[in-house]
Write a protein that binds this ligand. Structure first.
Ligand code: GLY
Length: 332
């Protein structure tokens, strides 16, 4: 790989705790100074880590974990907060629609025993992650799609809900004025929530949920509901989840890769860096898209890495509730 300027930044802020950002130059993604303060603070369990600045979601998960709840309940109920937040236009109700004006949701969930469930292209249901959990627990399948998933949700008692808010509808109409009906990948409109939790027993679960790429083609599915791509958990090793342009994550089965790298001895941080390196090695145009990973191992140590600045994540553990932490990144 061509040598590039490699920026690493670690910003911690919680209850007055701030570690100064630092910048280092290195020739490859898997080398360079480690953010030591990060590693020392972000270990132990129970704990929760989630993509992006989602304080209410992480607080909900933490409440469950603190009360000796399971990591599975914590990730489900944590991400449900974002699914219901109409101000979050990239997840659940209020999400931006596809180019035909339909909000279609993707989600998955995975537990400590390797059980998993997923829904793709689900319409009219506010909590796709909970439908995914029902797929996992109540069917012999892993994934249900479209109308079948919706029908299954109604059978399980989920209510039909209008997901397209007035705000998202107006923005979609404005997009139609200028877009020529062409979906455009951009860096800004991917705020999938992925969440990983270790409970008081040290058992790991994860969930990932999104409305996907804004103004996507009808039927488009990204990485978020794909076990191994948007999320992977191995309770012997750790877990990983992704945010950003799903097409790029799917091509490297990113979350599975990161867990396997941890199995081979890499720290969560090193594994996330290698996950990003695999993506950009395949795609020289990586200046045009964002991908970020978070990961956790059995000790509750965390890692996060992305392509462009701007990706942040939240961690709650017994040492504190950490405000948005800027992920380290490579920039083209
Ligand atoms: N990562 C979300 C998506 O690409 O749909």
């Amino acid at each position: 790989m061509q040598r590039r300027k490699f920026l690493k930044k670690s910003t911690l802020s919680s209850a007055g705790l701030v570690a100064a950002p630092f910048v280092a130059s290195a020739g490859s993604l898997s080398t360079g100074a480690k953010p030591k303060a990060h590693t020392a603070l972000f270990e132990g369990y129970p704990m929760v880590i989630a993509t992006w600045d989602v304080p209410n979601a992480t607080a909900k998960a933490w409440e469950i974990l603190e009360n000796n709840g399971s990591s599975l309940d914590a990730v489900e109920q944590g991400v449900m907060v974002e699914e219901s937040d109409v101000d979050n236009q990239t997840v659940g109700k209020g999400g931006r629609p596809d180019r035909d004006g339909h909000v279609t949701l993707d989600a998955c969930i995975m537990d400590k025993d390797g059980n998993c469930g997923a829904v793709v292209c689900l319409q009219n249901i506010e909590h796709p992650v909970s439908v995914a959990r029902k797929v996992m627990e109540d069917t012999p399948h892993v994934m249900l799609a479209g109308k079948g998933a919706e029908q299954f949700a109604y059978e399980k008692g989920f209510e039909k809900t209008e997901l397209l808010t007035e705000k998202s509808r107006k923005e979609w109409l404005a997009w139609q004025e200028t877009s020529r009906y062409e979906p455009v990948i951009n860096i800004e409109n991917h705020d999938t929530i992925g969440m990983l939790c270790l409970d008081a027993q040290g058992d790991i679960a994860g969930a990932c949920t999104t409305s996907g790429m804004a103004y996507k083609m009808a039927g488009r599915v990204g990485d978020s509901p794909i076990i191994g791509a948007g999320l992977f958990i191995d309770n012997e090793v750790g877990g990983a989840t992704a945010t950003g342009v799903g097409e790029e994550v799917v091509r490297t089965v990113g979350s599975f890769l990161i867990v396997e790298l941890m199995r081979q001895g890499k720290s969560p941080q090193e594994a996330c860096e290698e996950g990003v390196r695999r993506i950009i090695a395949k795609n020289p145009d990586y200046k045009d898209f964002q991908v970020g990973f978070i990961a956790v191992n059995k000790k509750g140590e965390t890692g996060a890495f992305c392509i462009h600045p701007g990706f942040s994540y939240r961690v709650y553990n017994r040492k504190g509730h950490f405000n948005p932490v800027s992920a380290t990144y490579i920039t083209p």
